[in-house]
Ligand binder design. Structure first.
Ligand code: SF4
Ligand code: SF4
Ligand code: SF4
Length: 512
């Protein structure tokens, strides 16, 4: 008998207080993981499979009587400083399946979060602050290549800017990263598309192409050109910007796969493949083996779009990211997206998600400085994402060198996500990471759009406040302004790579 050895011990304990319970059944309806079963005859909920609980908290939130609590299981594995539950569970799962472990969301290992070691400056006597409630603070940002000089020409007695590369105006330096229909539900994707259109920012389509219902949002979407080329059609190219996906923070060097069972009618229409076919994106782009090859694809996309829109490249933050970014600028990209090792995903091999790549804070500081040293920085828009959790992370990443901060998990949290890491299962109880149309209906599109738009606006308002306290009246003047940051962490070498002084370090000028 092998089954008991195979069993994974529960991580969470579901406690139902029967004195408070009124037998409404909402917990049973909520639990898409088969942990709670509601017996309609007895009008009573039962914990049927404790090991299935993922702490998604849906039952807790929907119980009208606060009769449910989810706790950590008292002792799911005996404590051990080396053999943590993470390692023991992983071995049990692989002994059972013999396969690569796949997980959703981002890297959850306890690496230090460098954002938490950074603080910023504020004006005091000689450099007055700006009152953002009464005085304008500019948060508009432009995505696209910038010329070295502005050249002005006269047309019919009027002066116009001549030969300016295509740029997309954003109301805020904050965008939503690529998430595809299929990895997320129709309602979740539509909510976010509506939100970015309303706010005047951008979102990435992910590698799945664009559903016909979503063409109304195309002037606010960055279309992904991934190695599988799913959904890349002439209509798809009529979009705000295009981005060639070389790498992703959650799985650097890896492609993607949507299993055939998830390729429903809806996904088949969007990706342009038959229902039930595996959608495989190979690890490399099979026509790119050098910067020259990348340059050829960028040129082809510029040609195909008649030079109307910016064409960018997304890479994962890896060891040599600064040199790679320099090559991409030379390959004529209009923007570069750098995705740090905490970047989210619908599904990634856990071994890559948890161990490959470098933190976005170090990557962006290194890229920004390298491009400045090579006198290339002014040409390009830099987008940075991968673990940006708050307006303060957004502000810090801009000070470290990004023009635009990119978020993914944060808007999902605005839609109800509890970061339970079960995106790969397709059972998302919040109706977000699922292809099940019934679960997807758990998100009301209007409600979802309002929530995400609120979040984007609130972050932008906090950015304005903070810039005001630093006496900066336009976010563009803050990009790469590392002198306004200070470091509070334990590692001076880290501060050196970031280009940030330690807190309390004196500013010395003129050989003082
Ligand atoms: S999986 Fe979610 S809904 Fe089900 S018991 Fe656990 S917390 Fe409640
Ligand atoms: S949701 Fe709450 S009140 Fe309703 S059956 Fe479940 S535990 Fe009882
Ligand atoms: S999207 Fe859903 S499944 Fe994925 S982490 Fe969030 S709540 Fe869990």
């Amino acid at each position: 008998m092998t089954a008991p050895r195979d069993k994974l011990l529960p991580r969470f304990k579901t406690i139902i207080d029967y004195d408070r319970c009124i037998g409404c059944g909402k917990c049973g309806e909520s639990c898409s993981y088969g942990c709670i079963f509601f017996d309609k005859e007895q009008k009573k909920p039962f914990v049927k499979k404790q090991e299935n609980c993922v702490a998604c908290q849906r039952c807790v939130i929907f119980c009208p009587k606060e009769a449910i609590e989810i706790h950590n299981y008292p002792v799911s594995y005996p404590p051990h400083a080396l053999w943590s539950p993470y390692h023991v569970r992983s071995i049990i799962e692989q002994a059972r399946s013999g396969s690569v472990l796949i997980s959703g969301t981002g890297n959850d290992r306890p690496y230090p979060v460098i954002f938490d070691y950074l603080v910023w400056d504020a004006c005091q006597v000689t450099n007055p602050s700006i009152d953002a409630l009464r005085e304008p603070v500019e948060t508009r940002t432009w995505l696209g290549r910038k010329p070295k000089h502005l050249s002005i020409k006269e047309v019919d007695g009027k002066f116009e800017i001549d030969d300016f590369p295509p740029n997309v105006m954003l109301s805020t330096p904050l965008i939503i990263g690529h998430m595809s229909l299929g990895s997320l539900s129709y309602n979740a994707i539509t909510s976010m598309y509506k939100a970015v259109k309303e706010v005047g920012t951008l979102m990435g389509t992910g590698e799945g192409g664009l559903h016909k219902d979503h063409y109304i949002y195309k002037d606010r979407l960055i279309g992904e050109v991934a190695s599988g080329r799913f959904g890349v059609s002439p209509e798809y190219l009529d979009i705000a910007a295009l981005e060639i996906k070389i790498g992703q923070g959650a799985k650097p060097g890896h492609g993607g796969q949507l299993p055939g069972e998830k390729v429903t009618e809806l996904i088949s229409e969007t990706r342009g493949i038959p229902v039930g076919t595996d959608a495989l994106s190979p690890n490399p782009q099979h026509d790119i083996y050098s910067i020259e090859d990348l340059k050829t694809l960028i040129a082809a996309l510029h040609e195909a779009t008649e030079y109307r829109i910016p064409v960018g490249v997304k890479i994962a933050a890896v060891n040599n990211v600064a040199a790679i970014a320099s090559g991409i600028v030379r390959a004529d990209a209009d923007f570069i997206t750098i995705d740090g090792f905490r970047g989210g995903t619908g599904a990634a091999p856990r071994i890559l998600r948890d161990n490959a790549g470098i933190p976005i804070e170090l990557a962006i500081a290194s890229v920004d400085q390298h491009l400045r040293d090579e006198k290339l920085r002014h040409k390009i828009t830099l987008i940075a994402g991968g673990g940006i959790r708050s307006p303060s992370d957004m502000i810090k990443i801009i000070a470290l060198g990004a023009d635009i901060a990119m978020v993914g998990t944060a808007p999902l949290i605005a839609l109800g996500c509890k970061v339970c890491q079960q995106c790969t299962t397709g059972k998302c109880s919040w109706g977000i990471a699922t292809g099940n149309p019934e679960l997807g209906k758990r998100i009301d599109i209007e409600w979802g759009a309002r929530r995400v738009a609120n979040m984007l606006r609130a972050w932008t308002a906090e950015l304005e406040e903070v810039l005001g306290t630093m006496g900066i009246d336009a976010v563009e003047s803050f990009v790469g302004n590392r002198d306004r940051l200070r470091y509070l962490g334990p590692n001076p070498h880290e501060a050196e790579i970031l280009g940030v002084k330690h807190a309390g370090e004196r500013i010395t000028r003129g050989g003082e």
